[in-house]
Design a protein around this ligand. Structure first.
Ligand code: EPU
Length: 338
């Protein structure tokens, strides 16, 4: 097998140094199928990337790194109440959100400024400020890596959960998402109950409209989260842990002021708060750091994936020791022995 030769550092927002055996960008379905044939013939596994904003390369990979870059937005159906769109996987997520706002297609406002592509969005069921992607998804179009067959998955086939979907489970590494169909509303119904968003929108004479929500979310993210363009990062490095209600009550008694949110199966704890309480906010070393503005985000200052994962493991150990809960790494990690 050929030795790893293609540099991957520019393909992910963490900019970690790593190499792959091969890489290809493909912009349409015939080129995608041809690239999958080449990988199969060479016996290479396929790693699919979008904008690489939720990916950690901890070392080199013996794989074909593939990006499906097709763009395009088509209105499939529209009436007074709703619109159904088909959006190609290579579209930039935030550009879609901004365009939908301009068109009067509502629902995505709280999901403004999330880095990444449309094709990546269903994989982790992107979510922010009280809204998740899942209820807007009508269908996900994909091509099976094993044989190039086209698949169409309904919303229920996608098995969406908190930062979770079938694409992280039964279909992990099995498909390339090529387009997503979304249904949005023609009448705005702003969702403003997430605490920091509610505070940001408080004190207005009129109820906030969709543009106000979009602007407030953009401002909140810019104030709190590092811009991957200037500070390499992959957003939240851990999922917020969900604990049962009895455990959550006991933790709230021991740690007054601990943020907790109702969630299926109990209550969601704020991993950023837990990490900050353990003293990690702003800690840096070996070219990696815990972001000083938000402890849930790990950043790179020229470090490598090994240093980043070592920092993550130290954080997991200290949160487990202090609070008794396990923090699960959220981005997809490649290039480490299983
Ligand atoms: N907090 C701290 N210290 C910190 C960070 C947070 O005390 O260093 C506290 C906050 O004050 C707040 C609570 O933790 O009381 C929750 O913080 P925040 O509102 O920032 O949200 P989060 O739970 O840390 C989640 C998502 C974010 C999303 C925000 C807003 C996950 C893993 N992360 O973060 O998503 O933008 O909610 O809805 O669910 C991402 O996935 O990359 C991401 C940025």
């Amino acid at each position: 097998m050929a030795s790893a030769a293609e540099d991957l550092s520019a393909l992910t927002t963490l900019e970690l140094p790593a190499k792959a055996t091969a890489r290809r960008d493909v912009a349409d379905l015939p080129a995608l199928r041809e690239a999958l044939d080449v990988a199969r013939a060479a016996g290479l596994p396929v790693i699919v990337l979008g904008e690489g904003s939720n990916v950690v390369f901890a070392g080199d990979v013996e794989a074909l790194v593939l990006r499906y870059t097709a763009t395009g937005r088509t209105v499939l159906a529209e009436d007074d109440e709703s619109v159904t769109l088909r959006v190609a996987a290579g579209e930039h997520w935030h550009s879609l959100v901004a365009w939908c706002l301009e068109q009067g297609y509502h629902g995505f406002e709280n999901l403004a400024l999330i880095p990444g592509t449309v094709g990546a969005a269903p994989i982790q069921n992107i979510g922010a400020y009280g809204v998740e992607l899942a209820p807007f998804v009508e269908a996900v179009h994909a091509v099976r890596i094993a044989d190039g067959e086209s698949l169409v998955l309904s919303r229920s086939d996608c098995a969406f959960g908190y930062r979770d979907s079938v694409f992280k489970g039964a279909l992990r590494d099995a498909v390339v998402i090529t387009a997503v169909d979304f249904r949005l509303q023609r009448t705005a119904a702003p969702v403003t109950d997430y605490p920091t968003l509610r505070e940001a929108l408080a004190g207005r004479a009129q109820a906030p409209g969709p543009r106000d929500v979009f602007d407030a979310v953009v401002a909140l993210r810019r104030a709190r989260l590092p811009d991957p363009a200037t500070t390499p990062n992959a957003g939240s490095f851990f999922k917020n842990p969900v604990v049962d209600t009895a455990t959550a009550d006991e933790l709230a008694r021991r740690y007054p002021g601990m943020p907790q949110f109702e969630a299926p199966g109990g209550r969601k704890l704020a991993a950023g708060w837990l990490i900050e309480q353990c003293g990690w906010r702003g800690v840096e070393g070996e070219g990696v750091a815990v972001h000083p503005g938000h402890a849930l985000v790990l950043v790179s200052h020229g470090g490598d994936g090994r240093a980043l994962l070592a920092l993550a493991r130290r954080i997991q150990a200290s949160v487990a020791e202090t609070f008794g809960c396990h923090l699960e790494i959220e981005p997809r990690v490649y290039g480490v022995a299983a």
